[in-house]
Ligand binder design. Structure first.
Ligand code: BGC
Length: 787
């Protein structure tokens, strides 16, 4: 069943994403949706033959090139160097000559062609029946994986079968550095940095194994990429090998009889370092290849499936009543895992490792959107991402010094921990990122009780970010603690006073830091934290200013926001969105147009600071002014609409966040997936319809099923226990899967989930609500599940 009624091309299926038929125009976006990654290696879903290709991409987390940042007018404290993710040595390419025709799907006839991403197996597969321009047919089947269990390894199995009588086939398996990439950057310096970014150091090929070592010119990082091969064919095989600085090639030629097959298994290994030598990196990839060959392709498949079986037991969400949504939800969870699984002390970029968008930088959504999901599904991955932040603490301390502040200031966008944002109002001034990191640290600790992490990294992150707030804010003459001149999550306002989101997150940060300093006296002593300092943090937290508009009865997202002029939404034509591409920032900044949830996000993350009445009034007020020009908004709107009882609207927003990439809603999926929106899909379900909250480290639920669904079941883990929550229109059932009993709450009633039998409670009816309006033309698409 092809999803033709909606025209997005994927077949609807619960555990896979399948695309049938050849559609070359869609190649670039399916390269992103079909990307494979383990958080360390990322391979876009390009066709094996290398061409036609939308945008080739093989990435290694943390591997980047540096370039100068463009400023028409410089200024004190502006970051000087930018970083851009590099398309590294490509090991995916397997070219094929059939008779004397190169397989190129732009020519001849793709009689049958399908590709599918399997969420349980963790593989991308393909089957193509191709008729050469001279009318000879062959079938190609491929399967590839990026291993979750062998972090340095990817592997491809490629099989070609002669369908019409004897024919000669020649395979060329390449390892190619500096492959040409079209860049859509407008900055010539970035384009120059990315043209032939790799300088050759060493190249070797022995037998079927090759290793190429390179380094980058400016960032000085070294990379080794290796391949090894297994060939299976009846007989008559001729092979050749060739190696030069940027290319290693194994060629295999054979005459295939009718229905004869040639099968190539290719193992690809990567290693990179800023410090290790060429011989050390070469040894590393040689060892990784030896390990992979010893496991074998079948063995890698078995390991991959085992890893995912375990993952889905903790992370699966079953959606009964909306098959498109079911697929989109598993797609979202799968890619969230892929982005973080084996990052191991590296960042999780906004696009994961699925494309070059945002230059491969990580932003605040890692901590605010992605880590909550990983914390409750694969906590080790959340820990590792936080360890990356911790490893960059010295840079963040230095940045604080440059900005004449105390503690640590983490970068708004970065690959290596140094600030790369050249636009300070939406970069440097977006200090909330530091509280977002602290929030993720506190959540991870509460959800795992990982004392080693707390002692070695968590407490220090909390302390240094709290010091920032203590120095950035000040006590005013009226007894309040103010944080002025900052940018909140909504980037259509900037450099504002007392942004509610920032202040509430800073408040939590200050309190968590005081608690951590008491919990970890040795860490506190090492960092010179005194009792006077923790008392000052607590006092600042208690006195933090939270603006409120008494006349309208709502919270302004920052001081005086509700007094700003309204944006003329009625006169804004649909083609003028996103507004940032059609109106000057100065005008956006002084009016009430909201790019993405800000105050509404505050009500999700710090829901404990708002009354139920305030939440309802605020949701309605901000719904009317939020345009969702960022993909980081719909999920938060889903969560809060669900909480206040706008269930239909919450469902529409869930649909929007879940289909952001599959339906290419922002028209840029070719550059990579939107990790925040994908993780936000989990959030919209678990925190939205499940009503999951974790204020003060206590896990609670207040579930309600939208009328469009018959049942919703989600899994998660907390303090080492795994459990399942199943929701029907009438009741919620909590069942322990493994581990100790879990103490939680259902709509305010304390319950304990034990191994004996599921705890089942009725779901209270939803109060009748009048749905709020959105800006003209910006309502989410009404979601009607097909039957
Ligand atoms: C959003 C930011 C986000 C960035 C990267 C922007 O459009 O406004 O909040 O961090 O994209 O995803």
């Amino acid at each position: 069943m092809i999803d033709t009624n909606r025209g997005y091309g994927y077949e609807v299926s619960p555990w896979e994403l399948r695309w049938k038929n050849l559609d070359l125009d869609a190649l670039q976006r399916t390269e992103s949706t079909f990307a494979l990654s383990n958080g360390h290696i990322g391979l876009r879903g390009s066709l094996e033959e290398g061409e036609p290709c939308g945008l080739p991409g093989s990435y290694l987390n943390g591997f980047y090139e540096e370039h100068a940042l463009p400023y028409a007018e410089g200024g004190y404290g502006y970051p000087e160097a930018g970083q851009t993710v590099v398309n590294v040595t490509d090991g995916k390419i397997i070219r094929l000559l059939v008779g004397d025709e190169p397989l190129d799907l732009r020519y001849g006839n793709a009689v049958e062609h399908e590709r599918w991403l399997d969420f349980k197996k963790g593989t991308l597969s393909r089957r193509t029946v191709w008729e050469t321009p001279t009318g000879r047919r062959i079938q190609i089947t491929t399967e590839r994986l990026v291993s979750f269990t062998q972090r340095a390894i990817a592997a491809i199995r490629y099989e070609v079968e002669a369908l019409d009588g004897p024919i000669q086939v020649v395979l060329q398996s390449d390892l190619l550095a500096n492959e040409p990439v079209e860049s859509d950057t407008t900055d010539p310096r970035v384009a120059a940095a990315l043209r032939n970014p790799l300088v050759g150091d060493f190249a070797t090929m022995e037998g079927f194994r090759a290793v190429l070592c390179h380094h980058t010119r400016r960032s000085g990082l070294r990379i080794a990429a290796g391949v090894d091969h297994e060939l299976e064919v009846a007989d008559g095989l001729h092979t050749e090998t060739h190696v030069e600085e940027d290319l290693a090639r194994l060629t295999a030629a054979v005459d295939l009889p009718e229905n004869g097959r040639l099968r190539l298994t290719k193992y690809i290994a990567y290693g990179w370092s800023g410090q290790r030598s060429v011989p050390a990196l070469r040894a590393q990839v040689d060892a990784a290849l030896a390990g992979a060959l010893q496991t074998g392709f079948e063995g890698l498949l078995v390991e991959q499936r085992g890893y995912l079986e375990d993952f889905w037991e903790t992370a699966d969400i079953e959606v009964d009543g909306d098959p498109d949504l079911q697929q989109a939800v598993r797609f979202a969870i799968f890619h969230t895992l892929q982005a973080g699984a084996r990052g191991e002390s590296r960042a999780i970029p906004a696009k994961g490792l699925t494309g070059p968008g945002y230059d491969g930088h990580a932003f605040w959504e890692t901590e605010s959107f992605v880590l909550p999901v990983l914390t409750y599904t694969t906590p080790d991955a959340a820990r590792d991402a936080l360890l990356w932040r911790h490893s960059t603490l010295d840079k963040a301390r230095h940045r604080a010094e440059v900005l004449c502040l105390r503690g640590a200031v983490f970068p708004w966008r970065s690959i290596n921990g140094s600030e790369c944002s050249a636009y300070w109002p939406a970069g440097t001034a977006a200090f909330h990122l530091n509280a977002d990191i602290a929030d993720a640290v506190a959540r991870y600790y509460a959800a795992t009780h990982d004392h080693d992490f707390d002692r070695d990294a968590g407490a220090e992150l909390l302390v240094e970010t709290a010091r920032l707030w203590a120095s950035l804010g000040h006590h005013d003459p009226h007894g309040g603690f103010r944080i002025d001149g900052v940018t909140g999550p909504d980037e259509y306002t900037a450099v504002v006073d007392n942004n509610v989101y920032t202040n509430l997150m800073a408040q939590k940060n200050l309190r968590e830091a005081a608690a951590a300093a008491e919990r970890q006296p040795e860490v506190a002593e090492r960092l010179g934290v005194t009792s006077a300092e923790t008392a000052a943090w607590r006092e600042a937290a208690d006195k933090i200013v939270i603006p409120y508009d008494e006349v309208l009865g709502v919270h302004p997202q920052a001081e005086r926001f509700t007094e700003h002029a309204e944006w003329p939404f009625k006169d804004t034509p649909p083609e003028h969105y996103p507004l940032l591409l059609n109106y000057p920032y100065f005008d956006l900044y002084r009016k009430q147009a909201i790019k993405q949830a800000d105050l509404v996000l505050a009500m999700h993350m710090r829901g404990d600071a708002f009354s139920d009445e305030a939440k309802l009034r605020n949701v309605d007020y901000y719904e009317a002014r939020t345009v969702r020009d960022s993909s980081l908004s719909a999920c938060t709107q889903a969560v809060m609409c669900a909480e206040v009882g706008h269930l239909d609207l919450a469902y529409d927003y869930l649909g929007e966040t879940a289909l952001t990439d599959l339906h290419d809603l922002h028209d840029n999926v070719r550059n990579g997936l939107h990790l925040g929106a994908l993780a936000g899909t989990w959030m919209a379900i678990v925190a939205g319809f499940g009503g999951m909250r974790d204020h003060d480290g206590r896990l609670t639920f207040a579930p309600r099923l939208p009328r469009q669904l018959r049942r919703l079941t989600f899994h998660m883990c907390f303090q080492g226990s795994r459990f399942e929550v199943q929701l029907t229109p009438e009741e919620a059932s909590y069942r322990l899967i493994s581990g100790d009993p879990v103490k939680t709450a259902h709509h305010g009633e304390i319950i304990t989930i034990t191994a004996d039998k599921p705890v089942t409670r009725p779901v209270p009816p939803c109060p009748p609500r009048q749905a709020p309006a959105q800006p003209t033309g910006r309502a989410p698409q009404r979601r009607t599940p097909r039957g």
